[in-house]
Design a protein around this ligand. Sequence first.
Ligand code: UDP
Length: 417
Amino acid sequence: MLQRVEAERKRLADYRPIVGEEVIAEIERLADPLRGARVMHVNATPFGGGVAEILQTLVPLMRDVGLDAGWQVIEGADEFFNVTKACHNGLQGMDIPFTAEMKDIWRRYNELNAVRFEGEYDFVVVHDPQPAGLLHYHGRERSRHWIWRCHIDTSHPNPVYWDFFAPYISEYDAGIFTMEQYVGPGVSYDHLAIITPTIDPLSSKNVPMAGKRAREIVAGSGIDVSRPLITQVSRFDPWKDPLGVIDAYRIVKGRLPGVQLALVGSMAADDPEGWYYLDRTIRHAGEDFDIHILHNFHGVGPVEVGAFQATSDVVIQKSTREGFGLVVTEALWKGKPVVGGNAGGIPLQVIDGQTGFLVDSVEGCAERTLHLLEHPEEAARMGAAGREHVRRNFLITRHLRDYLSLFRRLQGNVEGM
Ligand code: UDP
């Protein structure tokens, strides 16, 4: 049996004051015929990274509207997660080899997990490439509808990786991608859904926090809260470009010597490369004590992440590939303008010149960050526009609605969509 993840209870009704009655009523209407439907989500890690973040809220809300929803994580040793991290990188376009041995390891662990996957479900939702072989090795007989959910930016995949994965992911009845352009060649679905991720406005990270308390938390990590602060919250991953963030910060610092940089990142269970990249980041920062590199082993959990996002003057997300970038959503929700890499799902959120700025280089990132630091009123205006953009488009209730619509489509019951 695979490890089950227990998520805390959540109630849809609690979201009414934020999203309004109409949104809640629509969800209830869609959920009604799905009452009792057995749903199982499967992914690679119970914490760290966007997928775990979403499932922590999506699963309890599915339960609250009457579905019998659960969440399980696959198992694997380092050799497997080293390969899946390479797959993640390859599918996002990195030029790296995919040896016969690596493919064997991926297949072997997928087969193993498929054998351990128990139960019968109406809907199985398999998240990301790590467990993508679950359907192939388990067979579809015991569960009714199989859905593959891709969270990564597969707009420019390395073909060696894409060609390997395409047959596995094509077996699913439905595919969910964040953007249309992520659906690569040779893959088509009877049911294709384009669904962006979302945040939970009531999670401990996103729920409003008094400014004083947020500042105390940030000060507790050694930051001088009387001086400007720029922050990037991210796993330590080449695509998030923490080294580029440091370079941009250095340019800003040349003009605004008081500025500080926080790089906050959690070490996800399925990301062995994270430690290597953390080391590189620390080395790149050198002896500059105004660069603060923090992660969950420093006690930086969700509340602290939220405090950093709320306290920073500008939030950066300088990714060069980004499935969606929940950290961007989280920062905008806190009324912070975001300087974001013009990549993947970031432009859906950062509307250039309105909710922040899109950048393509270290210099551009520095220039826009400096501009926002020097024009706090404009920064506040953009932050407010960003919050409203998120409220309308990127809250978990919208996500729940989209899943329910897809389930109804799969059941052949499209009434009410
Ligand atoms: N996160 C966190 N602590 C950290 C770093 C990240 O809780 O130190 C969370 C972050 O707040 C966000 C998620 O992990 O909710 C990252 O999701 P995103 O889509 O930005 O990137 P991914 O890691 O999935 O590539």
